[in-house]
Design a protein around this ligand. Sequence first.
Ligand SMILES: C[S@@+](CC[C@H](N)C(=O)[O-])C[C@H]1O[C@@H](n2cnc3c(N)ncnc32)[C@H](O)[C@@H]1O
Length: 302
Amino acid sequence: MRDSEGAWRAALYGPDGFFTRGSVPADHFRTAPLIGSELAEALLVLLDRVDFALGRPARVDFVDVGAGGGELSAAVRGLASGSLGRRLRVTAVDVGPVRDLPGVAWERSLPGSVVGLLVGHEWLDAIPCPVVEWPCDDPWLARWWPLRPGWRAEIGAPRDAAWADAVSRVRGAALAIDYGHVRADRAAGRYPSGTFAAYRGGRQVEPAFDGSCDLTAHVALDACGAAAGGDRVLVSQRDALAALGLTAVAGGSGMAWLESLARSGRVAELRDPAGLGAFGWLLHGVGVPVGDLLPPLPPWRP
Ligand SMILES: C[S@@+](CC[C@H](N)C(=O)[O-])C[C@H]1O[C@@H](n2cnc3c(N)ncnc32)[C@H](O)[C@@H]1O
């Protein structure tokens, strides 16, 4: 089963891989940046807090790792204004085909250093890892996902390493947003078959390792946080968005009312506790106290 990681990697990132050939979420599933610009709005509030805490440097970065079609980068670039907008450098990082987006630099690997905010939005779930079953003797499993007879699991070590590497490049803040799980639920047997799954055209399908579908698994965000270390919080998207001022309220009259109604629908989708609102936000403050970026919030329990 160890070779599952290699097969998974080839299926997504090999010469004919799903992402290598240029598949983006918009073709197959709906991620938060595709809903509208509201996530970018909230991330700009967060970036402004990071910028303030850093003393408003001459250049401030927004780095979107695993950018896919670049929708989040484009929205951040489009909404940023004033002093922050003038000092902002937006970089989209993806191993898939380069996209031409105004005001967005496109890179195939992470920058050496980031001063500002690095975001991995549904990036870590796309990093292949070994899919295993009991009995499997592995230190990551022993610490993070102790198995019982009949259980399957994914060994999250490659995600931990990728996240620790990304955070090590940052001064300011690093934020992973993803669906995932925490140790208490894994150990209690909430995922006896693991979470490895395949999607094509918006539907869950039988996994095929031929590049025809997205292969993914939930992220052990608590393990990623521990691997990167430092000052951090792990909270729900629902709570984090409210703490950044994004709540759904419709008001006004006529066209303004219609627009506010549409916007409140988009915000409600982002904060839905049975959907995207249940995503985890793993936020690290690096050289900046994380308490300066978000108020105290309940710990994430998806
Ligand atoms: C599930 S998609 C998410 C896209 C986008 N962030 C969104 O939420 O709509 C994951 C993306 O991560 C990219 N990716 C995976 N590993 C990567 C790496 N090591 N460096 C850069 N991009 C990577 C894939 O090519 C893919 O486009």
